[in-house]
Design a protein around this ligand. Structure first.
Ligand code: DX5
Ligand code: ZN
Length: 222
């Protein structure tokens, strides 16, 4: 099955974002992962809606928006997205999560649902009709440069098995946080489909983006 690379823009050179985006295009990156944080759901604040709308004007790479905010329903209409873009909200961030997923589907883009490390995969069992992509967080969200949590591989394998059991094989599973070459290979073997690449594998001091993306794909499949 095809594997997808999603570049975590918060880890790019923010003083030169347009050049980074052009480099990501040349490297054949599949998605731009954009982290939206509110300082409340997670203890950090990063990128925002104006940046998303600006980025939509300069690239055709689909966006993979990861909202780490409380009550994301308040902000769904702030982004101009198209059918290939994924808008992902956290299961833990809204009491009536089904309503938010419906809002996203009505917007015309793809709906993603993210799970913190402690949230069981089984919780999404009755929501699968509304979800295109399941994001299994491999760190507690909020910061780049953290260490993958110890149950991550088991959780991704379990997610893939449950999706199969529920006849949802088409739902893509994304992993985000400390996706290095080594962890990427392990997570690939557990069945992960989309790999969010930040400081651990793509934005590196000693390697170009193109070389890092090439190395990652070769290594995880090897
Ligand atoms: C969190 C972000 C970062 C990103 C950073 O939602 O998307 O965690 O993965 O990559 P690493 O963990 O490699 O620095
Ligand atoms: Zn993220």
């Amino acid at each position: 099955m095809k594997k997808y690379l999603s570049a975590s823009l918060m880890c790019a050179d923010l003083t030169n974002l347009i050049d980074s985006i052009k480099d990501l295009e040349k490297a054949g990156i599949d998605y731009l992962h954009i982290d939206i944080m509110d300082g409340s759901f997670v203890p950090n604040i990063t990128l925002g809606f104006d940046l998303i709308n600006a980025i939509k004007k300069v690239t055709d790479i689909p966006l993979d928006i990861h909202m780490m905010v409380n009550e994301p329903s308040k902000f769904i209409d702030r982004m101009n997205l198209s059918g290939n873009d994924i808008l992902c909200v956290h299961y833990e961030s809204e009491i009536h999560i089904h309503r938010v997923l419906e809002m996203i589907k009505n917007k015309g883009c793809k709906a993603g649902l993210a799970l913190n490390p402690g949230t069981p995969v089984d919780n999404i069992k009755h929501l699968t009709e509304y979800i295109d992509m399941l994001l299994v967080m491999t760190v507690s969200p909020g910061f780049a440069g953290q260490k993958m949590f110890l149950g991550a591989e088991k959780k991704v394998a379990e997610a893939k098995a449950l999706l199969k059991e529920w006849n949802c094989e088409n739902m893509l599973v994304e992993v985000d946080g400390n996706v290095s070459l080594e962890n990427g290979r392990k997570l690939c073997r557990c069945g992960a489909d989309i790999f969010v690449l930040g400081t651990s594998a793509l934005f590196l001091k000693d390697k170009s983006i193109t070389k890092a993306a090439e190395d990652f794909t070769k290594y995880i499949l090897g």
